[in-house]
Write a protein that binds this ligand. Structure first.
Ligand SMILES: CC(=O)N[C@H](C=O)[C@@H](O)[C@H](O)[C@H](O)CO
Ligand SMILES: CC(=O)C(=O)O
Length: 322
């Protein structure tokens, strides 16, 4: 089940249907060797794992889950290239995150993503020096988009990490004039009013709004989001695809009970200190693929906490087969 059909736009002249991004999108982890170097060889198996075990057909590379901001530009380029190459003929979409603190670095990554055949780029706001208003953020996106004008550009809103609390709807107003390649959002905030206002702006233009808080995806679906990007779809993708199907069929009771189960797992994980490092260890155990350690400043967790989370995933979601 890939498409959230209820919220699909048909017949839009602004953006061809084939360009739209729908369904569950895994925000990929970055496989590292035990000495902290890229372990690119894992990516081929990773693609197959997502397709065959999770029924997940699109990826979001070098984002938060991929530790994008902890990687060098060279590493980010190698990852983008490997993901695009391994995904070819298999996955639907490869979205490459190119956000950086320096607009020049983002432009370089955007040009590179275009050169390796990415389907889209996403850009988070710089979060050391932050844009002081929506217009400043639009100008930043404009300069990044201009470096890869042929690639659909998504703004990545993640206020809990960036500390940027701009109204996203304001960022959208008139953006098509400044960023002609703009095609939508990855919205990882919890303000459902702002989310709705973004859907109402994006939908008539044929753009996609992808939701990014896995715990409450069910709250975003009836507001018209087109798909969802998240870390848990790496190992709970099969399970959450069932939630999407239940929602599409109008079986809200089932959809709710599935969403509650993912919430229970994440609430339990949070009580143990769940962060990207623990998440990455969970993925190694669930997939059998060697994701390796996180990169500093993140530190690995003792294996008993990780195993407790995996056990809960097994019991509650039937994920992570033994
Ligand atoms: C901050 C962060 O990494 N958010 C992810 C994507 O936006 C989510 O997929 C979360 O990992 C997920 O919702 C679990 O809290
Ligand atoms: C979850 C997500 O979208 C990210 O890791 O960037």
């Amino acid at each position: 089940m890939r498409q959230v059909t209820g919220s699909r736009v048909t017949g839009s002249k602004m953006c061809p249907e084939s360009e739209k991004i729908t369904g569950l999108i895994a925000a990929t982890f970055t496989p590292l060797t035990s000495d902290g170097e890229l372990n690119l060889e894992v990516i081929g198996q990773y693609v197959d794992f997502l397709l065959e075990k999770q029924s997940v057909r699109s990826v979001f590379v070098n984002g938060t889950t991929g530790e994008g901001c902890s990687l060098t530009l060279q590493e980010r380029k190698q990852l983008a290239e490997w993901w695009c190459r391994q995904a070819k003929g298999k996955l639907d979409k490869v979205i490459v995150h190119v956000g950086c603190l320096s607009v020049k670095d983002s432009q370089e990554l955007a040009r590179h993503a275009a050169s390796v055949g990415a389907d889209a780029i996403a850009v988070i706001s710089p979060s050391f020096f932050k844009p002081r208003n929506a217009e400043a953020l639009q100008m930043f996106l404009k300069d990044v988009g201009a470096a890869a004008p042929q690639l659909p550009l998504y703004y990545y809103h993640l206020p809990s990490m960036t500390g940027l609390n701009l109204n996203v709807r304001e960022v959208l107003e008139g953006i098509e004039k400044k960023v002609p390649s703009f095609r939508g959002l990855k919205f990882s905030g919890v303000d459902l009013r702002d989310l709705s206002q973004c859907v109402s702006y994006c939908r008539p233009r044929g753009w996609s709004v992808l939701y990014g808080v896995d715990e409450q995806l069910l709250g975003a679906l009836p507001l018209g989001v087109n798909g969802a990007v998240g870390s848990t779809y790496n190992y709970a993708g099969f399970f959450m695809n069932q939630m999407l199907s239940a929602f599409e069929k109008g079986d809200l009771n089932l959809a709710q009970s599935l969403q509650f189960k993912l919430q229970d797992v994440l609430t339990f994980a949070n009580s143990l200190g769940f962060d990207l490092a623990m998440n990455k260890q969970v993925m190694s155990l669930c997939s059998g693929l060697p994701m390796g350690p996180p990169r500093l400043p993140l530190l690995p967790w003792p294996s008993d906490s990780v195993q407790d989370v995996v056990k809960k995933l097994q019991q509650d979601l039937g994920a992570c087969p033994k």
